[in-house]
Design a protein around this ligand. Structure first.
Ligand SMILES: [Zn+2]
Length: 492
């Protein structure tokens, strides 16, 4: 169903320019918003009653490593579990969410648990799916009877350990199938994102290029809009086939398109490899007190030039202030178009240059929650120009928010909260001067689309509460009742 009429929706005022007082009807025709007005006629297309819920453009995550995210979210994380009861509760929750999927859990350490885990505890969940919980040291596993039988291991009440377990482990993926990276698991990962109102991602997965996405799409693994990046090692093949940024990928429909050339120009804060103007504080175990670039200026310009000549945008990873400055120099010299990824530490002059050059700041606000302490330690006195979203908007830079999943959760609402409050965990805000408003943060999460209007793509999220309401104070994002991509219902 790519054409439908949505009745009684309230428009979320993302533009801040005012919206109609009452609910309106929204006509989507062939995947595009065709009309927005009260009292539209159905004209033979299906009708959906929004019952006064709020409608906004669907959310985008502009920096995802989808395979890694899928892999880490497919395995049930039991590292924090402290008893058999807690493990059983986590398994039960997963079974409720994905009743038709086998479970591979990982990371529990039962040595000090008050009660030893046994097979019958898992059997009491009465699932017909294999459940395999691998201990944190990898030397033993706790299985239900279904899993024991599936893996041809004799039935028992205790653990499968050491030699017997090592022999069984290689059979695990063969027997259970998908390890979280096949089309089916990737589809599930996208479906979960859709429950949050996500309609599109930029996939910057390493060694997964446009070809891989074509294969997945043909295998039924497509759901959201995807922009598939290539790295330098795939650039020749992309150029050979004449794929330009924005082109529909071979074998896909128009949801899956060629993304940018991703270039990792420096390192990261935590490994002290992000390239900075001033040295890191403390020792420099790697021998680079300022961090370091990954390319010479000539190599960087060569990549930017080739991409630009062949119609490809660039996405230049630059975390340190020196790397950001150098990337902007190279972009200015080559006329490249695209984004700087992260831009975690910046000088105000460089923010101004980003605006002048039309470079998008592709930022991950949730990282500021994880990085604030390390940043205060390694980059003392530089916090006020870290995650400098206020400067960016004030200078007229286009902000595009993302998660860098699996580094942070693929969850735009989390990114929005972090950008608005500069904290999510009850600690005091970190450099609150760089906070942006809820409306600004949401607008940076919709791929540039504002208040829903005629001509917009049929990429929509219908919410139980106003996204511009007070949910972020309470840290309770609105429930997403329905999500459409290209006019197709993908959630709800
Ligand atoms: Zn990344």
């Amino acid at each position: 169903m790519t054409s439908f009429l949505l009745r009684n929706a309230r428009l979320a005022d993302l533009d801040g320019s005012g919206t109609p007082d009452g609910p309106v009807d929204v006509r989507v025709t062939d995947g595009v918003v065709a009309e927005v007005a009260p009292g539209l006629a159905a004209e033979g297309v299906p009708e959906v009653d929004a019952e006064g819920r709020w409608l906004m453009p669907g959310l985008w995550d502009q920096h995802v490593h989808l395979t890694q995210w899928s892999l880490s979210s497919a395995r049930l994380d039991l590292a924090g579990v402290r008893s058999a009861d807690q493990a059983i509760a986590a398994v039960r929750e997963r079974l409720e969410a994905r009743p038709d999927q086998s479970i591979v859990g990982w990371g529990h350490r039962p040595t000090d648990w008050p009660v030893d885990p046994v097979v019958s505890m898992l059997d009491e969940l009465e699932s017909d799916q294999p459940i395999v919980l691998i201990a944190g040291d990898g030397h033993h596993a706790w299985l239900n009877s279904v899993a024991l039988m599936t893996l041809a291991i004799p039935l028992r009440e205790g653990m499968v350990a050491e030699g017997e377990w090592f022999a069984a482990y290689p059979r695990l993926m063969a027997v259970l199938g998908d390890d979280g990276t096949g089309p089916e698991a990737l589809l599930l990962t996208q479906q979960e994102a859709a429950t949050l109102g996500v309609v599109g991602i930029t996939d910057l997965e390493f060694s997964v290029g446009p070809d891989e996405w074509s294969t997945r799409w043909e295998a039924g693994g497509g759901l959201l809009r995807v922009r598939a990046a290539t790295y330098a090692d795939g650039l020749d093949s992309v150029i050979e086939r004449g794929l330009r940024t924005g082109d529909v990928l071979p074998g896909c429909d128009d949801r899956a398109r060629m993304g940018p050339l991703k270039i990792i120009s420096d390192g990261s804060l935590n490994t002290r490899t992000a390239w900075c103007c001033e040295p890191y504080s403390g020792p420099s175990p790697l021998g680079f007190p300022h961090g370091q670039p990954n390319q010479t200026p000539e190599e960087l310009r060569d990549l930017l030039r080739r991409a630009t000549e062949h119609g490809l945008d660039v996405a230049v990873h630059a975390i340190g202030d020196r790397a950001v400055g150098e990337a902007l120099d190279a972009i200015a010299d080559t006329g490249a178009r695209g984004s700087i990824e992260h831009a975690q530490l910046v000088h105000r002059e460089d923010v101004r240059r980003m605006a002048d050059l039309g470079v998008v700041a592709s930022v991950q606000p949730a990282h500021l929650i994880d990085d604030r302490d390390v940043s205060d330690r390694l980059w003392p006195g530089r916090g006020e120009r870290s995650f400098a979203f206020r400067w960016m908007l004030d200078e007229g830079v286009r902000l595009a928010m993302g998660s860098d999943a699996p580094v942070a959760r693929l969850d735009p609402w989390l990114a929005v909260m972090a950008a608005v409050h500069r904290t999510i965990d009850g600690r005091e805000p970190w450099y609150a001067d760089q906070a942006i408003t809820l409306r600004e943060a949401l607008a940076a999460s919709t791929d540039g689309w504002g208040t829903v209007a005629a001509g917009h793509p049929g990429d929509l999220a219908l919410l139980d509460a106003d996204p511009l309401g007070d949910w972020s104070q309470r840290r309770e994002p609105p429930v997403v009742a329905a999500t459409w991509v290209d006019g197709r219902l993908v959630h709800g």
